[in-house]
Design a protein around this ligand. Structure first.
Ligand code: NDP
Ligand code: 8X3
Length: 249
């Protein structure tokens, strides 16, 4: 039987690309996200076995139920990709929307915690596992109007470091991939479906694709067991930091 990977946020962008690349690398995959139809479409294209979970990672009880209720054949998760996440709005803190803050913190921080809490004990008990969190350069530097999204990714960075320490005496590895600009549905979600504004984010430069980050994730996961790639920052060539971009006409 192939190794089993769980990818959260597998219905789009980085998560979808990661599921495809992990499948190509020979993993059977548990695909989790809210949009089940997207997961079904993806599963049909994979040449490995997959198991679908319609899951909102913000729902603590649902996360517990989903992991505890996995069929036996899917229980031995070896690789957890904590990818589900989003940003909402790009606006000054004092003009911000509290619902958007809740959504980002509940998804990016608490959702990642709930899934980790449900999955990692099994890894520890089996003496095998690897957690790869998808952070961001927004977890390394705050940019104007990024306030709460950046705070959520700083939290992911702190949680990753904490996991690394707490699991150091076990065989479970902990890594983070921290991307810069990746063209996915991310900006469309951030701007509530405003395609034009989303496209402008990537205007005049060649952003990363979900595949670029998926390649990095597969590389991290495929190192020998004594090697832990703790953190990888990946940016487009035209990006030097969150705000320093080289755009051409
Ligand atoms: P997409 O919007 O393309 O994909 C986001 C994924 O997260 C979707 O599959 C979505 O699925 C899932 N998701 C969102 N909310 C929830 C939820 N409550 N429960 C379960 N799944 C959820 O964006 P990306 O692929 O770009 O984003 C993936 C990760 O990468 C995020 O953590 C993001 O912060 C991070 N990132 C993105 C960068 C970028 O420039 N794109 C750069 C740095 C980091 P569904 O809606 O079906 O639930
Ligand atoms: C996504 C990258 O720069 O939009 O995490 O925050 S950025």
């Amino acid at each position: 039987m192939n190794k089993i990977a769980l990818v959260t946020g597998a219905s789009a962008g980085i998560g979808e690309a990661t599921a495809r690349k992990l499948a190509a690398a020979g993993y059977d995959i548990i695909l989790a996200a809210r949009r089940l139809n997207r997961l079904q479409q993806l599963a049909e294209t994979l040449s490995v076995e997959s198991h679908l979970i319609q899951l909102d990672v913000r729902d603590r009880e649902a996360v517990k139920r989903a992991i505890a209720g996995l069929p036996e054949r899917w229980q031995a998760i070896e690789l957890l990709i904590n990818n589900a996440g989003l940003s909402r709005h790009l606006e000054k803190l004092h003009e911000g929307h509290a619902e958007a803050w809740d959504e980002m913190i509940d998804t990016n921080v608490k959702g990642l915690l709930y899934v980790s809490r449900a999955v990692i004990p099994g890894m520890v008990a089996r003496g095998k596992g690897h957690v790869i969190n998808v952070g961001s350069i927004a977890g390394h530097e705050v940019y104007p109007s990024g306030n709460v999204y950046c705070a959520s990714k700083f939290a992911v960075d702190a949680i990753t470091r904490g996991m690394l320490m707490d699991l150091v005496d076990t065989p479970v590895r902990v890594s983070t991939v921290d991307p810069g600009m990746v063209e996915t549905e991310f900006s469309k979600v951030r701007f509530y479906g405003d395609d034009e504004r989303a496209k402008k984010v990537y205007q005049g430069l060649k952003p990363l694709t979900g595949d670029d980050i998926a390649d990095t994730i597969v590389w991290i996961a495929s190192r020998p067991e004594h090697v832990n790639i703790a953190q990888v920052v990946v940016m487009p060539k035209a990006q030097a930091s969150a705000m320093v971009l080289h755009r051409q006409q």
